[in-house]
Design a protein around this ligand. Structure first.
Ligand code: GRF
Length: 272
């Protein structure tokens, strides 16, 4: 079994820079543990909401190995979040809903957008969060300093990008090393990089006759969609899918995934 798990982990590495495992689809109702941690990383098994993202085995058959795979000691982290978004804000809304319902232990501090007509501003208002519109064009060279000042004032320690279009500059990456997250609507490293956003991603997935797509949460580096992958969630691509239907299923997966990853960070299971 351990050999199987190791193979699963290697397969994960083949998909991305570590992160969660990608195994076979389990039978509906199959009993599987939720998560394993290794010295080198971790992978998550889930059979929620019809998404089967599991490795094939029955935990009860392998008690001695399960013991070796028990969780590491973890230290909970306080998450003080800033959300950066340019559009609809459905991921921000989903995370705030989970915080509000006690499903995620985090302190949302501020929502920042580069567009004053972005729907995410209304989302922030609905949840009573401070919201700031700060346009690169207006601030030009002082943009970074202005935004960083807000982040300091609100004592933010983690930046959550959710459909934020401007490129995040080196200043932010230096100020928040390894603490800027982004979500992308594909199974990175596939279908990421410059020009791969929104419908372009789903069109490319459909054009390539992929049978699976999904969402990835990764750390932000200076290159688009290139940082270490913290979590992924798979969705099936159906033959009848259009860009719209696929996008909608992937978005639903994003709403679950982002909170799951943030929760793992908060609980200290993922160490940034
Ligand atoms: C999501 O599909 C996300 O993966 C991408 O931008 C989109 C944002 O959607 N980075 P929303 O604004 O959260 O609804």
């Amino acid at each position: 079994m351990l050999e199987k798990l190791t193979r699963a982990y290697e397969r994960t590495l083949a998909w991305g820079n570590g992160g969660f495992g990608i195994g076979h689809y389990a039978e509906e109702g199959e009993k599987v543990p939720q998560r394993f941690e290794f010295e080198q990383g971790a992978f998550e098994l889930t059979n929620q909401n019809g998404l089967y993202f599991n490795w094939h085995y029955k935990p009860d058959d392998y008690p001695e190995h399960l013991e070796r795979l028990t969780r590491r000691e973890t230290t909970p982290q306080e998450l003080r979040l800033a959300f950066f978004a340019s559009g609809r804000g459905s991921n921000v809304d989903a995370i705030l809903r989970n915080i509000n319902s006690g499903n995620l232990d985090a302190r949302p501090k501020i929502v920042l957008s580069n567009r004053d007509d972005a729907e995410v501003i209304t989302v922030a208002k609905k949840w009573g969060l401070p919201r700031i519109v700060i346009k690169k064009r207006t601030y030009k060279k002082s943009f970074d300093a202005n935004v960083l000042k807000y982040l300091q004032d609100f004592k933010v320690n983690c930046i959550v990008l959710a459909g934020y279009l401007p490129k995040v500059s080196r200043n932010f990456i230096t100020e928040f090393p390894g603490h800027i997250l982004n979500i992308h609507p594909s199974l990175l490293p596939s279908y990421g990089g410059k020009g791969m956003y929104g419908s372009h991603v789903h069109q490319a997935v459909l054009d390539s006759d992929e049978v699976r797509s999904g969402a990835s949460v990764h750390l932000v580096t200076e290159d688009y969609d290139d940082g270490p992958i913290l979590g992924q969630r798979v969705v099936d691509v159906k033959e009848s899918d259009t860009i719209k239907t696929l996008a909608s299923r992937v978005l639903h997966a994003e709403h679950i995934l982002y909170t799951n990853v943030l929760r793992d960070i908060q609980k200290g299971k993922i160490v940034l």
